[in-house]
Design a protein around this ligand. Sequence first.
Ligand SMILES: Nc1ncnc2c1ncn2[C@@H]1O[C@H](COP(=O)(O)OP(=O)(O)OP(=O)(O)O)[C@@H](O)[C@H]1O
Ligand SMILES: [Mg+2]
Length: 265
Amino acid sequence: MAHIIAIVNQKGGVGKTTTAMNLSTALAACGKKVLLVDFDPQGNATTGFNLDKSSNKQNSYSLIMQKAVIEDTVISTSVPNLSLIPSTIHLSGAEVELVPVMAREYRLRDSLKSIRDQYDYIFIDCPPSLGLLTLNALSASTEVLVPLQCEFFAMEGVSQLLQTVKLVKRNLNPNIEVGGVLLTMFDVRNKLSGMVEKEVREHLGRLVYKTLIPRNVRVSEAPSHGKPVLLYDVACAGSQAYIRLAGEMIRRHNHLSNAKVGVAA
Ligand SMILES: Nc1ncnc2c1ncn2[C@@H]1O[C@H](COP(=O)(O)OP(=O)(O)OP(=O)(O)O)[C@@H](O)[C@H]1O
Ligand SMILES: [Mg+2]
């Protein structure tokens, strides 16, 4: 059964999509079967893979509106082992269109059920808000990954986000955990990055991944070439960091499942 991981931060531009694309690619390169759900009306992950955002194709909007079955929404990417459910701007209408619908928070969870056993990892790239789309993602997920940009206001909004996850766990999805916090756009030449790292590690402790994602121009160039950075320049510091992150995530999951077996025994 796949780990279902929502990549969430209501702050914009912190590296959610970049992490969704490149962590998915790195795990696929390790031989894992991965599905990335573009659940942001901006559709950045879809264009980042040079895939079609045209509205007449099946996508995450048709999925959540139950106008398509999930098998018809999944498309291949240029990365072996990595599939994508694309998004379009129409998804922005779903928040309003679903208002009168019963159990609207569970639309994505219910859709993913039938294919969950076909993947090792399912990532959900969320929009920068805590609205109904993000709530659907949290209701469907086994864990949350929170990217934090190494900037002055990095921690702003984090307690609200963690509180939201707590409420979701209590009311909608008892299986959800905060899987980890990822520091992104770390700049070694900027003293502030180190200070932010220290503060975040002090506050959030072991939740924070050891791997730091450096600010790296190759990472920001890759989407305009329609590729994850791992395909654009595998040797660059950004690609190498995402490969390390994939390893760290796999080790965390192995450690957790061993611990569970230990408890059961
Ligand atoms: N490690 C990095 N080094 C350099 N640039 C980066 C890095 N990570 C992300 N960026 C750039 O920062 C911008 C924001 O990143 P991204 O789109 O991943 O954030 P996001 O959280 O998904 O944004 P949104 O909230 O709008 O969905 C993009 O232009 C991206 O290319
Ligand atoms: Mg994004």
